[in-house]
Design a protein around this ligand. Structure first.
Ligand code: HEM
Length: 466
């Protein structure tokens, strides 16, 4: 399919690196806006702010060096520890070295494909709850798809963390996650400016209250589950019984709390954003939307989506992959060098921050033809084989690759297919959702879209042909 060129929301990079004060202000507002044109054109560049040096790496061979070949010589570092450590502690996402290794080994089996597949009915059921909520709306209602997707994926992650969950105030918990995240830009900017940990920042009290709420909620869930042990298929019981196959070590209550909170925060918002940006791109490319709808109808025979349909939704999967290229929910991966390293010909001193600006790598002019254009054909199997593995990193790479990748892909396909077979979504005219990096890549101003039910006759052209 030849894809038309459609103007899409994107960041216009500054031609030259910003000067220190403007750089700091931009990092607090939207760090991607601080990445100069070089991020989309060069193999590597350096940025120095006050005493803090960062090397930005875009060339796939150098990214491979950082994430795979020299993975033992880098760590998550001070930025991650200061930004996320207070709320997530030393769990899989934030720990380094031996503390990370045993936890990753202990939970690996839980995230194997066959195991994750058993969560599909929960995923589809949550998508159907969203579908039913939308069906009850007055015709032509406008809703914020970003918020709706957060609700849906939050519903899914909570149902998989604790099956038959009791009293959780979902809205309050979501608000706490957002409140905490809002504080992280300040923490990152202050860390880069060399400020010690005790320096206060705007929103510090709100962030502390949010953390207390999140910890309290998870601790009560764990205590409740321990009082009624049973044979449940949920992450809490799987994690409670998980052991490191090498040492036999299992998780104490703090490890459980921190890891469950990690799955909830790392898992729900990222997937919600992948879906939100996918809906945005589909609304701008009706011909792709129709092809996805045709595929869904052909696979499900026009009936309800079931777990066994997911693997056959191949084109739908490609559309989601292309959406996470243009708008990667994790748009920046950060490491710190533990010792002096060589990245190609470049010396990187111990302690230097190494940033992989995923958003820019995914739009790099040397790696992608017409990089800002939406084209799911880029993920045809032949095209994928011909491309460098390290040019496309929505889930990272190497030993610290996202453990929830299979979970997220199944979930996104299930939600998209369930909703798209019932509704058409149209972006509010004139709305430009600028991508803004706040740990994850969110659309500024949300994603206001008008929902209308799809008429059965408009469902598919392919169905008629079958
Ligand atoms: C579209 C959805 C998702 C995206 C784009 C995404 C992206 C990523 C990326 C890029 C990393 C690597 C970060 C780094 O190297 O610094 C990562 C790590 C991680 N993700 Fe995801 N993720 C998604 C969904 C999920 C889900 C559903 C879960 C769990 C239920 C999850 C749990 C984790 C965990 C625990 C890690 C840390 C792994 C480690 O350090 O060993 N993610 N994710």
């Amino acid at each position: 399919m030849t894809m038309p060129n459609v103007d899409l929301a994107a960041i216009e990079p500054p031609e030259q690196p910003l000067r220190p004060f403007r750089l700091l202000r931009t990092i607090v507002d939207n760090p991607i806006k601080a990445w100069p044109r070089a991020a989309y054109r060069d193999r590597l560049f350096r940025l120095r702010m006050l005493g803090w040096e960062t090397v930005y790496v875009m060339a796939p061979d150098l990214i491979r060096t950082v994430l795979l070949d020299e993975a033992d010589q880098v760590e998550k570092g001070e930025l991650a520890r200061r930004a996320l450590g207070p709320v997530l502690g030393e769990a899989i996402l934030t720990a380094d070295g031996a503390k990370w290794r045993w936890q990753r080994r202990a939970v690996a089996a839980i995230f194997r494909q066959e195991r994750v597949r058993s969560f599909l009915p929960e995923m589809i059921a949550a998508a159907e709850r969203t579908r039913d909520r939308w069906r009850a709306l007055p015709p032509g209602s406008e809703i914020d798809i970003a918020h709706e997707m957060m609700r849906t994926t939050f519903d899914i992650i909570l149902s998989t963390v604790v099956s038959g969950r009791g009293e959780i105030d979902c809205d309050r918990m979501e608000r706490a996650i957002v409140d905490y995240q809002e504080s992280t830009s300040w923490i990152i900017a202050l860390t880069m400016a060399g400020a010690p940990r005790w320096v206060p920042y705007p929103g510090i009290r709100r962030a502390r209250r949010a953390r207390a709420h999140l910890h309290g909620t998870l601790e009560s869930l764990i205590a409740e589950a321990k009082q009624k042990p049973g044979d449940r298929n949920d992450l809490l019981s799987l994690l409670t019984n998980a052991t490191d196959p090498e040492t036999g070590r299992s998780m104490n209550d703090i490890d459980l709390r921190n890891n469950l909170l990690t799955f909830i925060t790392a898992g729900h918002e990222t997937t919600a954003l992948a879906l939100t940006w996918t809906f945005y791109l589909l609304s701008r490319h009706p011909e792709v939307e129709q092809r996805v709808r045709d595929e869904i109808a052909a696979v499900t025979g026009g009936g309800c989506l079931r777990a066994e349909h997911i693997d056959a939704l191949v084109y739908t999967g490609q559309v989601i992959q292309e959406a996470t290229r243009l708008y990667p929910p994790v748009a920046l991966i950060v490491r710190a060098a533990l010792r002096d390293l060589k990245l190609g010909d470049e010396e990187v001193r111990a302690g230097t921050t190494i940033s992989i600006p995923v958003y820019a790598v995914h739009r790099h002019e040397a790696l992608w033809e017409d990089p800002h254009r939406f084209d799911p054909g880029r993920f045809d199997p032949e095209a994928v084989k011909a491309r460098d593995r390290y040019a496309y990193l929505p889930f990272g790479a190497g030993p610290r690759i996202c453990i929830g990748q299979g979970f997220a892909q199944m979930e996104a396909t299930a939600v998209l297919a369930t909703l798209l077979s019932s509704f058409r979504l149209q972006l509010r005219s004139g709305h430009i959702p600028e991508p803004r990096l706040r740990v994850t890549l969110r659309p500024t101003g949300g994603m206001p879209m008008r929902v209308s039910a799809v008429r059965a006759s408009a469902l598919t052209s392919m169905q008629a042909a079958v």
